[in-house]
Design a protein. Structure first.
Length: 76
């Protein structure tokens, strides 16, 4: 499993070959999957993060702690 310095699992979404968006697990060379859109790649990475406690998703250099697309708390 791809672990960062704190022992968390890290899934990375970045531009890959052929202008596709790749989802990698930190520590592994080959992408887990490739997508035409960033949104689809982020959705896939988000689904993976849901299955592994303590995981996080990093998208093109910006760390998103936890999972993407988590609902925001409603404003009072």
């Amino acid at each position: 499993m791809g672990l960062d310095q704190k022992g968390d699992i890290v899934f990375r979404v970045s531009r890959g070959e052929n202008s596709q968006w790749d989802v990698n697990e930190k520590g592994f060379d080959k992408p887990l999957a490739s997508f035409d859109s960033e949104q689809d790649a982020c959705g896939y990475a988000n689904d993976l993060a849901r299955t592994r406690q303590g995981s996080k998703v990093v998208v093109e250099g910006r760390a998103l702690i936890g999972r993407l697309g988590l609902p925001k708390k409603p404003l009072p």
